[in-house]
Each structure stands twice: as C-alpha cells, then as structure tokens.
Design a binder for this molecule. Structure first.
Ligand code: ZN
Length: 129
C-alpha cells in the first residue's frame, strides 16, 4: 500500500499549484512531472481547496455537484484506456497501482474540472487554458 504522507506532495509544489491557479495559468507543466502517487495527492489537494473556496464564496448555497458535474464519467476513461479493472475498482484507487495511465488520465481531467470550477467560483481570469 502507498503511504498517506504529507511529504508526498511538498509544500513548494502546493504553493506552485496555488500560484498558477490564482494567476489563471495552465497546470500542465506542474502536473506532467508528478508520479501517480503525487497525482492522487494533487487531486486531493485541489478537491479540498475547491470545497473551501466554494463554501467561502457561496456559503450554504454551495453544492459539490457544481464541481463533480464537470467530471467526465469514469466509464469513459475505462473504455478509452482499455482498462481491465472492474468499474468499481477503476473508480477507486486500484488503477493507480495496476493501470496508472488509466488513473492518471481521469485524475487529470478531474483536476482540470476542479480548476475550472474554482475559476468560476472566484471569478479568476484564465490566462492560459
Ligand atoms: Zn481503470
């Protein structure tokens, strides 16, 4: 099993994510360098930030669906990547261990979707897409 250790994603990288986020810059270069394990942590980081920003900007009116509705269904990636894992396993973390390309593809899409949602919530202007 992978350890759930804060050191997986160094603070310097988190700050880089936030800097790029607030300046509306593309994440590609920052995300391309990540290991599957770091990608999982990056997803968690963006997800937590989006909930925080959502609640701060909309209060009780904030719904997680504003973010999750932008996610492409996992089945799309499962098919596209010819993933042999059952859908439930593909949706979970199994693919990070057995088929990292599959897990990384959908995780990146979700991070991009979360980023778009944050742009809308905080009215950040996209400089690069
Ligand atoms: Zn998969």
């Amino acid at each position: 099993m992978l350890t759930n250790n804060k050191e997986i994603l160094p603070d310097s990288l988190k700050l880089e994510f936030l800097r790029k986020l607030f300046f509306g810059l593309a994440m590609d270069t920052a995300l391309n360098a990540l290991t599957p394990e770091q990608m999982m942590e990056a997803h968690r980081f963006f997800w937590e930030k989006s909930l925080e920003f959502g609640i701060r900007s909309k209060g009780k009116d904030f719904k997680k669906e504003e973010i999750t509705s932008r996610f492409t269904p996992i089945s799309h990636f499962q098919k596209k990547m010819n993933c042999k894992n059952a859908l439930q396993k593909c949706k979970g973390t199994d693919c990070f261990y057995t088929n990292p390309e599959c897990a990384i593809l959908r995780t990146r899409q979700q991070i991009e979707a979360i980023r778009e949602a944050i742009f809308d919530m905080l009215e950040i202007k996209r400089v690069e897409t």
